[in-house]
Ligand binder design. Structure first.
Ligand SMILES: [Zn+2]
Length: 142
């Protein structure tokens, strides 16, 4: 199960809406070993594509160094789908390299960049196998 604060949940959804119709992507880091998502880090989709996302390799390297310095780990790796449901694509699975992370998918297919319903789902992706998990949104501004 993924437990996430309302504030972080909304920050991810807002990012997905802002970048629609391109896919948005980012990370929520947390203190190593806690599994607690705390620090929201929106990333640039280097592919700037409506069907694909890719972290800029320089940005990613910088982020991993920074997390290392702060003793953090990537707790959530998120991205949006803008025309399809919030479910990992084959490409997403082949790029999923963090077996300990929650892979969050947001779909803005229904409402686009406007306020409205979005799908927000979380998955574990380990050895190419997708397992959906429950998402619990708790109140709080963490
Ligand atoms: Zn995807």
């Amino acid at each position: 199960m993924l437990t996430i604060t309302r504030a972080l949940h909304d920050a991810i959804v807002d990012h997905a809406r802002a970048d629609h119709p391109d896919e948005a992507c980012g990370v929520v880091a947390g203190p190593a070993g806690t599994g607690r998502p705390e620090r929201f880090i929106p990333m640039l989709n280097a592919a700037r594509s409506p069907t694909f996302y890719e972290f800029d390799s320089g940005d990613l390297l910088k982020l991993y160094r920074e997390m290392d310095d702060r003793d953090e780990e990537p707790v959530i790796v998120y991205h949006s789908h803008t025309a399809t449901e919030a479910y990992p694509s084959r490409t997403d699975v082949s790029y999923a390299s963090e077996p300990g992370a929650h892979y969050v998918l947001v779909s803005t297919a229904e409402s686009g960049s406007e306020e409205g319903p979005v799908q927000f789902r979380s998955f574990r992706i380990v050895d190419g196998e997708i397992t959906e998990e429950d998402v619990q949104v708790v109140e709080g501004d963490g």
